[in-house]
Structure formats: C-alpha cells, structure tokens
Design a protein around this ligand. Structure first.
Ligand code: BGC
Length: 380
C-alpha cells in the first residue's frame, strides 16, 4: 500500500516536472515574454493627460501612445481634460492617487496648468510638458516638443512660394492665446511674412493690429498678443468658420480674388477654407495647416487645402516615453534647447517638421507609413 502510494506520488511528481519544463520552454518561446521585460526592468507608472478628444490631433497622440506602449510592454493611463483646466487638475490628482511617478501632460491652458504641475511636483512626480509648454512655474522637468517656430515658418514659406507680383490679399489666423504654441507658430510665420508684407508682395486684409505693426521685423509677446487677440480661432472650428465669414463680409471684392491664408492648424484650415470656397469673389485660395490629420490629407488630395505641416507624432511619443523611462531610472533626458516658460528655462529636444502638399503627400504620408493609403480616395 505504502509502496503503491509512493509510486503514484513519484509518477505525479515526474508528470509535474515534465509539465513545468514544457511551460518554461514555451514561455520563453512566446512573443509575450520580451514585451513584459521592460516593465520588470524599470518599475514605475506613467500617467498621460491630453487636452481634448474633440480634435483629431489629440486622438492621434492617444493612438500612437497606445501603440508604442503596448509594443514596449508598459501600462499607462491616458486621461482627457476636454478643454477644462479644472478637469485637467482633477485628472492629475487622480493619477497621483493611482501612484504615477511620471506625468506627461499637454496643458489645455499653459498658465492655468501651473497649479496641476505644482501638485504633481509636491507629490514627487516628474512632470513632462508634452507638445505645449506649461507656463509660469518651476514645476516642469522636461519639454517634449516639435520645433513650433519652424512650423509657422513652413506655413508662411508656402504662401511666399505660391505668391507672385504685388498686392496679394493676405488673411491671417492664429491659435488660442492660452496656448504658448500659438505664439511660436505666429512668430515663425511673421519672421517669413513680414519682409514680404513690407516689400508689397502681400497686403493684410483682416487685422488692423497686424497692419499697424507691419513694419516691425520682430514683435514683442504683447504685440503678438494684440494681433492674436484679433485673429484667434481659439483652436475651434466654429470660431474659425465664423471669423472667416465675418472677415469676408467686412471686405470687398477687391480684397479677394486670388487670396493667401495663414491658417494655424488643419481643423481650422478646413473650416476657413470652406468659408473662402463659398465666397463668390474668391477666385482661388492658398491655405496652410498643420498636423496631417486624415481629413486634411484628403482635403489636400482634393485640392481644398493647400498644405499641412507633418509633425510626426510617433517621434514625439517616442521622445516622451524615452524621457519618462530616463526619469524612472533616475537619469536626465537628452536636451538640445531650452524654452523659457516665464519662470525657468525648461530643457527640451525639439523635433523637426515636414511641409506636405500634393507633390509629396504620397512620399511623406503614405510611403512613410504615417497613414495607410486606404484612408484616402484619389491619391495622386
Ligand atoms: C498643437 C497643434 C494643435 C493645436 C490645437 C497646438 O498646441 O501643437 O498640433 O493643432 O494645439 O490643438
């Protein structure tokens, strides 16, 4: 009896050992094992707060974060603030309660977000400002960004390259004054446009503030704020549409014809372009954008938007993750630049941007793998 039991026990042990070996072998052979590895190497949690789900731009960021983090085997939580600074702060507090050690945040309003960043700093959380800079606080450890001056410059250069002769009507539009990027985009554009306004190539049609400053090569922040106050879209499609329509109503047929439009991003560009297209006195228009949103790439293919600036969000997401991991490991992320936020110079490593129109849409958007061809119809 005793022997029989021992034999059964031995047999069971053997089967168990064989099973264990088989499981161990197959675990190393599956694809899951390497994906889990980084999470074990670097302990820590990352929280991400994005400004709104109402613009395709930030849905792009969410999707690219999810792709990249799944591939790397990290778990993070992404929350949206829906254009509300109070909700943004509540999101940050929520993530702190859940134990994040690094916070990646795109502020809805740069100055208002200082309070949220300070709560994070007090909790010992590293704060990475993502795409938009948090202003007026020392509670920002790093800034992950594109070169926003270059974005504005690329938009303006496109208008300059398409214009010939003198007296070309120019309509200026800007982003939200609560977003520091709106100033950088405008500054980059002004650097290129101002000499071409001064030499008569362009004539400003929709901003008395810009006209009053048109002889100044460099504008102060206050001067830019005056112009932006007059031509802001608030990053909102309806505001952009209403403003464009109001501008077209306030101007005469002589102010139209073949027009040039500085539109700050893709969402507002489509709204503004639609308004200009609907005006019988506009015979043609050149309009800028940025973000390479799917709808705007289609507009470019269809000849309804002239260009966009591709800011490859995969690069920005990669930089943010690399910076977060460096912080979790106790290191300092790479820096090539600093951006002053009113209180400190925030270290950053700005990424390059690419001007895209009908001529290079296939190469830069499709062949680069940024968007799949089947998102579009009528590709050149
Ligand atoms: C971003 C743009 C975006 C805009 C509106 C800016 O801060 O850099 O990519 O289009 O905000 O959301």
């Amino acid at each position: 009896m005793y022997r029989k039991n021992s034999f059964i026990l031995l047999a069971m042990l053997l089967i168990f050992a064989v099973l264990l070996a088989a499981c161990g072998g197959s675990a190393t052979a599956t694809e899951e094992a390497p994906a889990e590895a980084p999470a074990e190497e670097v302990a820590g949690k990352v929280g991400i707060v994005l400004p709104t789900r109402d613009e395709p731009r930030w849905i792009q960021d969410e999707a690219r974060f999810e792709e990249a983090l799944a591939a790397a085997g990290y778990e993070v939580e992404i929350l949206f603030s829906q254009g509300d600074s109070a909700r943004e702060k509540a999101n940050v507090e929520d993530l702190i309660t859940k134990g994040v050690q690094v916070l990646v945040i795109t502020p809805h309003d740069g100055a208002a977000a200082a309070a949220a960043a300070e709560v994070a700093q007090e909790a010992g959380v590293k704060v990475i400002s993502y795409d938009r800079l948090i202003l007026e606080t020392d509670a920002v450890d790093y800034y992950v960004t594109f070169d926003s001056i270059a974005v504005g410059a690329a938009q303006a250069q496109y208008l300059v390259d398409k214009a010939s002769g003198e007296g070309n009507p120019l309509y200026l539009y800007a982003g939200a004054a609560s977003d520091n990027n709106a100033f950088l985009f405008f500054e980059g554009a002004w650097n290129v446009l101002q000499p071409k306004i001064a030499d008569g190539t362009f004539v400003i049609k929709n901003s008395s503030e810009a006209e009053a400053l048109q002889d100044k090569a460099e504008l102060t922040r206050d001067e830019m704020a005056q112009i932006i106050g007059q031509v802001t879209t608030n990053w909102d499609f309806n505001t952009a549409k209403n403003l464009a329509e109001a501008n077209l109503t306030a101007t005469t047929a002589e102010d139209k014809g073949d027009v040039f439009i500085l539109a700050p991003n893709d969402g507002t560009a489509r709204a503004i372009a639609d308004a200009f297209a609907a005006d019988g006195d506009v015979s043609s228009y050149v309009v800028t954008g940025q973000d390479a949103e799917v709808a705007s790439v289609q507009y470019i293919i269809d000849g309804k938007q002239s260009m966009t600036v591709l800011k490859d969000v995969r690069t920005l997401v990669g930089d943010a993750i690399a910076a977060a991991i460096t912080f979790l490991e106790g290191g300092t992320p790479a820096q090539t630049n600093t951006y002053n936020n009113g209180v400190i110079d925030v270290p950053a490593k700005p990424s390059e941007v690419i001007s895209v129109d009908q001529d290079n849409v296939q190469a830069e958007i499709i062949d680069s793998g940024y968007w799949p061809a089947d998102e579009f119809t009528g590709l050149p």
